[in-house]
Design a protein around this ligand. Sequence first.
Ligand code: ADP
Length: 476
Amino acid sequence: MKGERLVKFYINGEWCGEELEQIDVYNPATSEVIDTVPAGGELEAKRCVDAAFKALTEWRNLSAHERSDVLMKWFHLIEENEYELGKIMTLEQGKPLKEARGEINYANSFIKWYAEEGKRVYGETIPASVSNKRIFVQKQPIGVVAAITPWNFPAAMITRKVAPALAVGCTVIIKPAEQTPLTALKLIELAEKAGIPKGVINVITGDAENITAVWQKDDRVRKLTFTGSTEVGKILMKGAAETVKKLSLELGGHAPFIVLDDADLDLACEQFILSKFRNAGQTCICANRIYVHETVFNDFVEKAKFAVSKLKVGNGLEEEVDIGPLIDEESVQKVQSQLDDALEKGAELICGGKEMEGLYFQPTVLAHVNEEMICMQEETFGPIAPISSFKTDKEVIERANNSIYGLAAYVFTKDINRAISVSEQLDFGIIGMNDGAPSIAQAPFGGMKQSGLGREGGQQGMEEFLEVKYMSLAIS
Ligand code: ADP
């Protein structure tokens, strides 16, 4: 079924691109084409920068309160259209509708929060070491921001970047993932309705490399913010050097989920399910390797088996579905190869593991895995849960830290002192202590090591879009 709409993209306040070659957007649940979007290239990429640069002066000169009013209108429109947005997301991304609607609310929480926080871009006065000088420090918007976003959170990865950027007076150009442009375009339609002026927000679809190359070379783009794979993040980091752009990179993760011997096992298991199987395991902070103390290992594995066996896999539009399809065939192959590798190397299959039709993948639990298996070294991005046992806190901390990634880690224990002590020794940007879902608008989300640079969310997430200006006054 071909979609009825010929979706356009949005540059300088105009919906355009219908004359270009079109890219099909698929529903991963059925493999049907649901819509098409234009394949923008270098010309359109440049037009985005022209528009965003032109709109910058007026937008940054508004007061933060005026920008906040517009952002709040956008927030309310998204709230009113939450169901429709959720449905578009499920259709193009596959996640269950209740999760998609949850993501819309989560995405929207960034708009509301930054609409407020944008009013609090405080400067400083600093006492000088000489009596005839006065030192003032101000913060100002960095300028045009390019945002490149992935398919796993088609709405939240956009608002987490765009809301703080707009709130402090930047203008933005966005390239959403080719798999999930429709949610992004619908969000922008609502931004236009909310009265965000032309040129302040622009979005194009098309060839990622061509579009990004233009943005990278253009000196008017002062900030690049990206969520995606570590591999592409490294390419973008190199490219940004050409014009010395400020960078935020939210890259891959390989989250350890640690269950200590005194943990509340029911809570740990419930949060493990939430962390591991949300979005079919396709999140960068998903529990990727599960370490359970040897004294509670068997109990935890039993509970995990029981809970995972109840998860329902299917089309995300159907009620009661917990796990939708993976995004594409390549993802299915990758997850399958990690499973095959673990089984070949001696992992015990606790549940799941059977092949399914289409892009569906059975939630699978593996026990007695070891560090030689690929699933214990690399991000899985799928519904496989490898569980390993450990003897001491020291051992598990070392094993958890033994990774090039440092995004999220989880610790479960009833002893708050131990929770803090273990967390402080983990080299990760986000720690969930008895909490499998730590992401929230007010907190800084981001990784250490090869998981990225910078933070999104919280006050820190706003700093990413600000420049510091120091003004020295010599008085007579
Ligand atoms: P994933 O593996 O989650 O698909 P990617 O890093 O491949 O993550 O993609 C994330 C975003 O980066 C998408 O918008 C994609 O189009 C874009 N992208 C992919 N490859 C490149 C590239 N070489 N240069 C710039 N952007 C890219």
